[in-house]
Design a protein around this ligand. Structure first.
Ligand SMILES: *Cc1c(COP(=O)(O)O)cnc(C)c1O
Length: 238
């Protein structure tokens, strides 16, 4: 495994190179280091190397890992990049400095209530289901104007739009579409691009790239469930 500081320097250099191609200032691109599944011992070296913004995708995991790290490094910011259940809104507002997954009216209400209660405004990206995929998080494109209006009415500070394009196809058209939707709706922030495609996202306007495995190495794969292994399989002759 390469040194975290070397991996970080490499990602930063790639961000700068993509920004140069796009005639953009690299200072306008925030690297969110997605540390989900990786323990505090793997995160600390990146903090030591100067990384200041991290992302987690589960409230419970962040609650277990981050309070001690945050106490030791009060200038580190923590972003929620994964789906959020409404009943975890209070915890999310307490723990995170930015939420990338606002995607439905019930969550608008839950977050607005949680922010009032905590006396803390947490900026949110509205996640768009950019490839209109079934069972994927994110609001449908057709529902976006109403959701944005609802969030604005509720007083949630809007950071911009976020997407995770469909797997296995060229992501550029989806990044371009998210950029157009942000323009159409007067939003400046674009949270798009992960380990495999952040350079493409930057050339298409990403302001926040969410990079996990390219910084931390591959995540430990969950063992497949027995039913998934045997699905559709029949012993010969039966
Ligand atoms: C895990 C995750 C990432 C990082 O993915 P990598 O491919 O490991 O860079 C980015 N965004 C979201 C929403 C994620 O869940």
């Amino acid at each position: 495994m390469e040194e975290p500081a070397a991996l970080l320097a490499d990602i930063r250099a790639r961000i700068a190179a993509a920004a140069k191609i796009a005639r953009r200032d690299p200072a306008g691109i925030m690297l969110v280091a997605v540390s989900k599944t990786h323990p505090a011992e793997r995160i600390a070296p990146l903090i030591a190397a100067g990384q200041r913004v991290f992302g987690e995708n589960r409230v419970q995991e962040a609650e277990a890992k981050w309070p001690a790290l945050r106490e030791a490094h009060p200038d580190v910011a923590l972003h929620l990049v994964g789906q959020l259940q409404s009943n975890k809104a209070d915890e999310a507002v307490r723990l995170f400095d930015c939420i990338h997954s606002l995607d439905r009216p019930s969550l608008v209400s839950a977050l607005a209530r949680a922010m009032d209660k905590a006396g803390r405004q947490v900026p949110a990206f509205v996640q768009v289901n950019i490839g209109a995929e079934e069972q994927k998080g994110g609001c449908a494109i057709a529902d976006l104007p109403a959701l944005l209006a609802g969030a604005r009415d509720a007083g949630i500070p809007l950071a911009g739009l976020m997407c995770v394009p469909p797997a296995g196809i060229e992501p550029a058209p989806f990044f371009a579409l998210l950029g157009k939707l942000a323009d159409d709706n007067g939003l400046a922030g674009l949270s798009m691009g992960m380990s495999d495609d952040f350079e493409t996202a930057i050339t298409l306007g990403a302001t926040h790239v969410r990079v996990g495995s390219a910084l931390f190495g591959a995540r430990p794969a969950a063992a497949p469930k027995w039913g998934e292994v045997t699905k559709g399989w029949r012993p010969e002759g039966t």
